[in-house]
Design a protein around this ligand. Sequence first.
Ligand SMILES: Cc1ncc(COP(=O)(O)O)c(C=O)c1O
Length: 452
Amino acid sequence: MRGGRGGSKFAGMSDRREFLGWLGAAAAAGLAWPRSVAALERRLGAGGLLPSAAAAGAGAGSGAAGTFGPGPGPGPATDDFWELVRQEFLIPSDRLYLNVGTLGPQPRVVLDAAVEHMRRVAMTYPPGVDWSGLEQALGALLHAQPAGFAFPRNTTEGMSFVANGLELKAGDEILTTTHEHIGGLCPWQLVAKRHGLTLRELPLPVPPADAGQLVDVFRKAVTRRTRVVSVSHVTFTTGLVMPVRELVDLLRPRGIVVVVDGAHPPGLMPLDLGALDPDFYASSPHKWLLAPQGTGFLWLREEWRTRLWPSVGSGDWDNLKLGAQRFNHLGTLDESRLAGLAAALAFHQAIGPERVHARIRELRRRLAEGLATVPGVTVVSPPDDGLVAGMVAFTTGRVPALELQQRLEKSANMRTRVIGEHGYGWMRLSPHIYNSPAEMDRAVELIRKELA
Ligand SMILES: Cc1ncc(COP(=O)(O)O)c(C=O)c1O
């Protein structure tokens, strides 16, 4: 391949096999792979796709955890490197996928881990999942106490656990915004209707001048009856990054519970849950972390691990010693998705979180700058990198966004998202590491042509 070309940072990484070897060796230091992924290691190890030491460390049938050394360190990666990364995905070469904001495609190692787990279940030897290893790996990536994690299927379920589990009574008020996804909004609508709560959706400036303007929206809106503020960390409408820490500083002294719909940030941007310190943070690693669909998490601040009511009654629902783990007792589960989550975390660490975040930022910026030159388009996502992540949303001039979406799908095999919610009528694009700068340019030119 191109690895031997002059100038490549990965010169010498001459073929896909070598890259996979590097990938295995570069997985996060100290990350313990759960049993089911150990089975995958053995299989890949036997095929020579992972370093033999790692494969041997996995131990045949022992469930022992393999540990990999650190990757090649931070720093920019070359186009050659990203081309190799693209080959780890099953996305057809002519497919222009720009909707990770809805669902992330899984790389091979993730798919294989999930499938291997399912195979073992079918063989009547369910390997189980190392839940504690998952908590540790997520905690390390997101700077969060591992004991705070529970594993619902997605953000919607996590947010529902919170809305249903808090003790709220008629007259209590919940504040949210007019930029919430149904997954973060409907759980509150449901409890509001059932218990006679007031739910107020506050408009946000589009785009805001700065984070302070966003905090002011809530400063002005809170009343003596406000019990909960629920916001997206990154909105699905425009990719706006909400100032969660500043909101916590404003609201916690007033006794208001801060609930964050964090569907997007893990895998998309640096996330320090310990520093943000919300009461609850619900997420969907099947988006930017590229985990199997139906893989969520809910992180609970320490006081809530024993206080929140579980929504599902099963064994140990009231065993307070279990803390957040009470919320994992949901009857029989599809654990293969969690085996896939463990592999997704390893994959993310192997590429390098900083490298992933920087690549997404670069691709997003290229898209936004290109789209700004298209007649009829107005970019509604914030222009400032500090206020936006991963997505670019825009008006589509004389062609309605839905029609543009259909035309692009048909003519260019391009997947986009229309933000029809709340009457916005925008188009949204969201790239990830399997995309290239050339694809960003192509997307812009395709849109320019359709809108001409
Ligand atoms: C901000 C936000 N919240 C919640 C959701 C719902 O996610 P899920 O379907 O994984 O529950 C989405 C999905 O796109 C989203 O963008």
